[in-house]
Design a protein around this ligand. Structure first.
Ligand SMILES: C[S@@+](CC[C@H](N)C(=O)[O-])C[C@H]1O[C@@H](n2cnc3c(N)ncnc32)[C@H](O)[C@@H]1O
Length: 323
């Protein structure tokens, strides 16, 4: 095993034994749900950088897989929606993290009358070789783990998620991204990498990896500031701005003209007719925004019409789009 993977396991072994608020990664608010009590220890062990729990992915009693369990907070949030024995499978490679998560879920059982800790099945396993059958889960999630992986392992981890998802299943992820190249010395610092600080890729590169394994639809749901690496604290001459993203990659068949990637663009027709029909399945109502994927946005822009406005990417997409 590459030494950075061992260092990562050491970092999280320690983080399991001694919860470390702010170790990694988030300062985003922990969202609450009616009737859900999150134990304090789970909040202290929130080592994610966003949320992977989106109610609209969680209809019809989905089978959920969560890789890299941390303190178990998102396992509990997922179980809130799935509410079935072993409806959520949590996989982690670090024994101590699995133990911590198991104990925290027991605490959650005492606080939440609706929750049975058997709703969650915890399995020892590696993101690079998941102990899960092909085509068996509806939703697969990871929060702030994949950014740690170097190119070869990242590709393996994404392929594994693709393998275990059912057709039309969803990979929901939250991870740091960085548009500027991170200096090599920082990238190779195993501890900083394990702390989710220096492995981040540019967003487009990350999305290309997802579509490259076959995900036909991609939704970029949120993007927000995450960290600054400045010369005072890190080995860098320039300030490095890191953001975090929430992305959903759907195992839809790949369209013949390439993936549908939603980055939060909208098109608005404001001409003299009641609507505009592009003859390719997209109808724009008079002055009504339609969320469009980047492919449709490009095709509409190529028409060069003065009565169609196309927005920039907002990196906020919440469904209802053109494809
Ligand atoms: C940054 S923490 C994120 C924890 C959790 N997802 C959260 O949001 O709080 C990374 C997690 O991945 C686990 N992990 C590290 N390497 C792993 C691997 N190769 N396979 C599976 N889990 C791994 C760690 O033990 C830890 O629980």
């Amino acid at each position: 095993m590459d030494t950075y993977l061992e260092t990562t396991q050491d970092v999280y072994r320690q983080a399991a034994l001694t919860p470390d608020v702010g170790l990694c990664c988030t300062t985003t608010p922990v969202w609450q749900l009616p009737g859900l009590q999150i134990p304090k220890i789970m909040q202290e062990m929130n080592y994610g950088c966003g949320s992977t729990v989106h109610p609209r992915d969680l209809i019809n009693n989905p089978q959920i897989l969560y890789v890299g369990v941390g303190g178990g907070m998102e396992l509990l949030q997922f179980a809130y929606f799935s509410r079935q024995q072993q409806g959520v499978i949590g996989v982690d490679v670090v024994d101590e993290m699995l133990t911590a998560s198991r104990e925290n879920l027991k605490q959650a059982e005492n606080l939440n009358p609706w929750f049975d800790s058997n709703f969650v099945q915890l399995l020892k396993g590696d993101a690079l070789q998941l102990p899960v059958a092909d085509n068996s889960v509806d939703v697969a999630a990871q929060n702030c783990l994949f950014n740690i992986f170097k190119a070869e392992e990242l590709q393996k981890a994404i392929r594994e998620m693709y393998r275990v998802l059912k057709p039309h299943g969803r990979l929901v992820l939250s991870d740091p991204i960085c548009e500027k190249p991170i200096p090599l010395a920082l990238q190779q610092d195993e501890r900083l990498r394990a702390l989710c600080l220096t492995g981040a890729l540019p967003l487009q590169e990350y999305l290309n990896l997802l579509t490259g394994v076959g995900f036909g639809t991609i939704e970029v749901r949120a993007k927000r500031p995450y960290r600054i690496l400045g010369p005072e604290h890190y080995q860098t001459e320039e300030i490095i701005f890191i953001e975090s993203v929430e992305v959903c990659a759907i195992k839809d068949p790949m369209p013949t003209d390439g993936p549908c990637v939603f980055t939060g663009k909208a098109a608005i027709y404001f001409g003299s007719e009641a609507y505009f029909d592009d003859g390719k399945g997209h109808t724009l109502g008079q002055n009504q925004p339609l969320a469009v994927c980047d492919k449709t946005a490009k095709a509409l822009a190529a028409l060069n019409r003065p009565d169609i406005y196309i927005s920039e990417s907002t990196y906020f997409y919440d469904g209802g789009g053109c494809c």
